[in-house]
Design a protein around this ligand. Structure first.
Ligand SMILES: Cc1cc2nc3c(=O)[nH]c(=O)nc-3n(C[C@H](O)[C@H](O)[C@H](O)COP(=O)(O)OP(=O)(O)OC[C@H]3O[C@@H](n4cnc5c(N)ncnc54)[C@H](O)[C@@H]3O)c2cc1C
Length: 324
């Protein structure tokens, strides 16, 4: 039977109190619990305390910035983001990604912070306690061996969040608050490519908000491919932001998810300044191929996931380019 482990639940009313609560050994943050609680029920974690962030007003800020940007608190729901008029008008790719997460009931509760900080996934990890025990557990939790890459000393569980790649191509920054104060990092620096430790948060820190700059001159889109058209994680997800000036690529950012232990920016600088043509499309495909590392971490075949990833990267840039 899957039951929750015993833990204390704390409901701080301010970010400062949440930081104090999270500083305790074994404490974890709770957004809406749509990722955390199913995992705990499967025996994936034994927190000493769960720090429920839903009562913190300061995490629900959702406001335009004076320079044309937008600040979204970590406690804002994905539904609120997907339906917000300003997001739909100015950052539609963000609304697209938020709208593509799980199903409507998840999105009504699920938070931006929880979505970005969600755990990595693997067929050897997202299993019941008895299933994992029969395998001697795995390197991500309770075991000593990665069953995906047995000779490696790191975990290859995959990050499948939809929203992070879009924030990366929009050049967003994460505001982090912790015992040492406040810091702001580019979205890409919020993650590291280690499946068992994929966030660069220090002990006791939490994600407070995300700030997106003005995107004048850029267009952006998110393409997600999944087995079912709802309630499924991306088997491949690609976010693209493009600035086209006449027949020239004036700016191009591409980020991928569902392929590695972290969402990753693809180094596309070599394509900037040129035209979008067959040669550029082939170069992009090679850059995505080099950046990605699709392994047997899901039930969907590796070759299929890789081919889909490369194809949607090319297609998404092509679509934005043709929109002018
Ligand atoms: C059936 C199903 C389908 C799903 N499909 C998708 C999908 O298609 N795409 C997708 O992206 N996700 C999917 N998810 C995962 C999850 O539901 C979403 O990512 C959701 O947005 C998580 O938000 P939450 O607020 O519920 O996070 P929680 O479950 O509360 O938290 C998730 C993790 O983030 C940490 N955390 C939460 N808030 C903060 C914070 N402010 N600072 C630091 N750490 C924090 C928690 O400690 C926990 O480790 C799915 C989940 C289920 C159960």
């Amino acid at each position: 039977m899957n039951i929750l482990p015993e833990f204390r639940t704390l409901r701080p009313a301010s970010i400062a109190d949440a930081v104090i609560a999270l500083a305790a050994e074994g404490a974890v943050a709770l957004g809406a619990g749509t990722d955390l609680l199913p995992n705990l029920r499967r025996g994936l974690g034994e927190p000493s305390a769960v720090v429920d962030l839903t009562g913190i007003e300061g995490l629900r800020e959702f406001a335009p910035l004076p320079d044309g940007g937008l600040r979204i608190g970590a406690g804002v729901t994905l539904e609120a983001i997907a339906e917000n008029d300003l997001v739909l008008k100015t950052w539609p790719a963000l609304a697209q990604a938020a709208q593509a997460v799980a199903g409507p009931t998840h999105r009504a509760a699920a938070t931006l912070g929880g979505n970005l900080c969600q755990d990595t996934r693997c067929t050897f990890y997202n299993q019941s306690q008895w299933w994992r025990a029969s395998n001697g557990f795995c390197l991500k939790y309770q075991g000593e061996k990665c069953h995906v890459v047995p000779k490696s000393d790191r975990c290859y569980a995959t990050y499948h969040g939809d929203v992070a790649p879009v924030l990366m191509v929009l050049d967003a920054r994460a505001e982090i608050v912790g015992p040492a104060g406040k810091r702001s990092v580019p979205m890409a620096a919020f993650f590291r490519e280690v499946g068992s430790d994929h966030l660069t948060l220090h002990p006791g820190e939490l994600l407070a908000a995300v700030e997106i700059p003005s995107v004048a001159g850029w267009t952006a889109a998110y393409t997600k491919v999944r087995i079912r058209d709802a309630i499924d994680f991306p088997l491949a997800g690609v976010a693209v932001a493009l600035r086209r000036e006449g027949d020239r690529i004036a700016g191009l950012r591409v980020a991928i998810t569902g392929s590695n232990s972290a969402p990753l920016l693809v180094p596309t600088e070599s394509l900037v300044g040129g035209q979008w043509n067959e040669a550029a499309a082939e170069s992009l495909v090679q850059l995505v191929r080099k950046t990605s590392n699709v392994l047997k971490t899901t039930l969907t075949g590796v070759k299929y996931r890789r081919r889909v990833l490369l194809a949607v990267a090319r297609q998404t840039v092509e679509t934005l380019w043709n929109q002018g």
